[in-house]
Design a protein around this ligand. Sequence first.
Ligand code: GAP
Length: 441
Amino acid sequence: MADTENTLSMDKIVSLAKRRGFIFQSSEIYGGLNGFWDYGPYGVRMKRAIEQLWWREMVETRDNVEGLDSTIICHPQVWKASGHLDQFSDDMCDCRDCKARHRVDMMEDPKVCSNCGSSNLTEPRAFNLMMKTFVGPVADDEHTAYLRAETCQPIFVDFHNVRIASRQKLPFGIAQIGKAFRNEINPRNFTFRSREFTQMEMEFFCEEADSMEWFDYWKEQRISYYRGKLGFGDDFMRIHEHDKLAHYAKAAIDIEVKFPFGWGELEGVHHRGVWDMSRHEEFSGKEQLYIDHDNHRKVMPTVIETSVGLDRTFLALLCKAYDEENLGEDKDGQPDIRTVLRFPAIIAPVQAAILPLSKKLSDNARELYNKLNRYFRCEFDVTGSIGKRYRRQDEIGTPYCVTFDFDSLEDKAVTVRHRDSMEQDRVAISELRDYLEKLID
Ligand code: GAP
């Protein structure tokens, strides 16, 4: 795709996301804060739906994965042991002329400012990405703490507490969803690279001898999740096998998706060896070995990780769903363009909109809404012509609009309009819940 096309489609997505209440710039009235984003009314509905889908898939439907909700601020030694305090940095340089700051590995030509073309650049210097704060009333080195840069470290630290409390034996996993913070040098591409974001991570602890089998298993599980649940096909998703591995790792892949600005990492499935557990043993001075009572031996658990950003999943779904459909000419002879978000029903912020054809039917339609809202994410809308309401629902990605009309009073049936085909079915109110459930599942 040409550059201008890329920029155009991203601009359209950012503008729709704001207008329809998915994502806003944080602190906008103060000029915004670069790399921080707020989720509006539809955004938060969808974010929760993605989170719930992942949690259901990775924790609730498996008896060998436990959940955890740890603190954002941990003991600073956690980050010393993980290597973040010493190594979690990017090289940056500044342009002395236009004052732009660059991440060196992202510059097309590291000797030239991509903003103004000047070669008057500072020498690259390492910039640590951990966000600092202070715990307690004194702001000095002794009281310095860090906002977590990834959600997985507390999982390693809590491994034995979780294992004992849940009576799990190897192999088993621990999953967590939560905020992570990175002082990215160049936050960019909307929410793709933010400074505050949510991760969904699962660390699977197993024996070294079985670890490659588990790696293949989790890789396959995660790919089929994207194919089956989110509808990502080969034109939108690809697998990138790492050829350079960390010294402790045996294998690593990234699941990438096609954003308007190019292919980008969505999720990593990584073999982390015994690195994390050994480092926490070394730095805490507490033995982290797992006692295999059946075989009378001690083993250091090997870890397979699946790690995905919630905000990136959201952005991927938004980009994939965005469509402009040309429906011919409108009544004034102008092109009739329908903007539609073709979200999978399972994560759509509104799964069914209940629309009385006339305000006079509001009470009856609201009764139906109250019933359906217990089972699906629903919205009730009575404002404007039915055509305008359909278009509004198309723009927020509602897969089914349920219209209650005057005939509904007599035949006890409603019209269900399908977002993608715009086809309509007449469905008995008594069968509506089952009808929608089948479609949404
Ligand atoms: N525990 C491993 C880990 O954190 P990572 O590749 O740094 O690995 C995992 O991050 C995922 O978190 C990425 O694939 C991406 O989806 C998301 N992520 C990372 N940095 C991000 C950022 N600055 N903004 C939004 N999402 C980010």
